[in-house]
Design a binder for this molecule. Structure first.
Ligand code: DOR
Ligand code: ZN
Length: 350
């Protein structure tokens, strides 16, 4: 009898997650908590999570929505606005309530209207953050309508990110969901205070998957998937084991009626099957021994957290895993990301 191939990892952390609120939160939280021990929670609710008080209330709603018997620690973030008070941010950090502040350029993506237009207006907050060692998570896309959507990440690095980092020495930055070889190269150009998250879906799809042979709204997210050369650069970075790269799924649920729409929302919902997909990718790249660094060690180290004490075990099955194609929520049906191939790496239950 052949032996089952298994892989035991420290329990993974998702360093970029959208849980939403209300009925959607209730339905999607178990999808993450089943496999992940902690997650950096994005603050782009409507209205956004701007103050320490709002973050504490949101954290309490997440804890209340967690089913009995599941353990999950939400790592809270604040949504940076031009009116954010540096003292409120510092207090939220000092109390251990927040782990990061999220920068959305105004208009860049879902619920980013309250984000930053004039970067001079957030100088004081960024300087305070550099002083206290609080991380800035950056959605790195320019919003200039003259810039092609496929170029918006690379242009952001030159026009915004590099100048902001030069002007704010010591500022810890996570380039969220990098999608380009330029993003990977820039992440590598910084020291210990610069890192990048990589999503599951950007390791699987390129722009053809969205657009060739019919438009597939469930593959549309922001930053939009780029050419194949970029996907390959992301895979190389993810499996490299380098401390600066770690998993942030950007799992972002939207109900089907808003995805399959003339102006469909951006977001791929990958919480349910992310670990199976990553098992597949890392095996394909001959890097199963580096999966734990990507999912469970590098992100925690960057955020100054101890690695998880518990583990999850992946096992390679003979039959494909039976993940649901959709999950029902009180806020509508949500489609689970379809990698387009069967998944044999399953997370062992119990
Ligand atoms: O695809 C995305 N969806 N990208 C983002 O930056 C936001 C997210 C969401 O909140 O739906
Ligand atoms: Zn996101």
């Amino acid at each position: 009898m052949s032996q089952t191939l298994t892989l035991t990892l420290r329990r993974p952390d998702d360093m970029h997650l959208h849980l939403r609120d209300g009925a959607m939160l209730e339905a999607v939280l178990p999808e993450s908590a089943r496999h992940f021990g902690r997650a950096i929670i994005m603050p782009n609710l409507v209205p956004p999570v701007v103050t320490a008080q709002e973050a504490a209330a949101y954290r309490d709603r997440i804890r209340a929505a967690l089913p009995e018997g599941m353990a999950f620690e939400p790592l809270m973030t604040l949504y940076l606005t031009e009116d954010t008070d540096p003292a409120d941010v510092a207090a939220a950090h000092a109390s251990g309530l927040v782990r990061a502040v999220k920068l959305y350029p105004a208009g860049a993506t879902t619920n980013s209207q309250s984000g930053v237009r004039d970067f001079d207006k957030v100088r004081g907050v960024l300087e305070k953050m550099a002083g206290i060692g609080l991380t800035l998570c950056v959605h790195g896309e320019v919003t200039d309508p003259a810039v092609d959507i496929f170029d918006r990440e690379a242009v952001f690095i030159d026009r915004v990110l590099d100048p902001v980092r030069r002007a704010t020495p010591g500022l810890r930055v996570v380039m969220e969901h990098v999608t380009t070889k330029e993003g990977v190269a820039y992440a590598r150009s910084g020291g210990d205070g610069l890192a990048a998250t990589i999503t599951t879906h950007h390791l699987i799809i390129n722009r053809n998957h969205i657009l060739a042979g019919g438009i597939r709204p469930h593959y549309y997210c922001l930053p939009v998937a780029k050419r194949e050369v970029h996907r390959l650069a992301l895979r190389e970075a993810a499996v490299s084991g380098e401390a600066r790269f770690f998993l942030g799924t950007d799992s972002a649920p939207h109900p089907d009626h808003l995805k399959e729409h003339p102006c469909g929302c951006a977001g791929c919902f990958t919480a349910t099957n992310t670990l199976s997909i990553l098992g597949h990718v890392f095996e394909e790249e001959g890097a199963l021994d580096r999966l734990e660094a990507f999912t469970s060690l590098n992100g925690a180290a960057f955020y100054g957290l101890p690695p998880a004490e518990t583990t999850v075990t992946l096992e390679k099955r003979a039959e494909p895993c039976a993940y649901p194609a959709k999950i029902e929520t009180g806020a509508g049906t949500v489609t689970v990301f379809d990698p387009g191939f069967p998944l044999y790496w399953a997370v062992r239950e119990g």
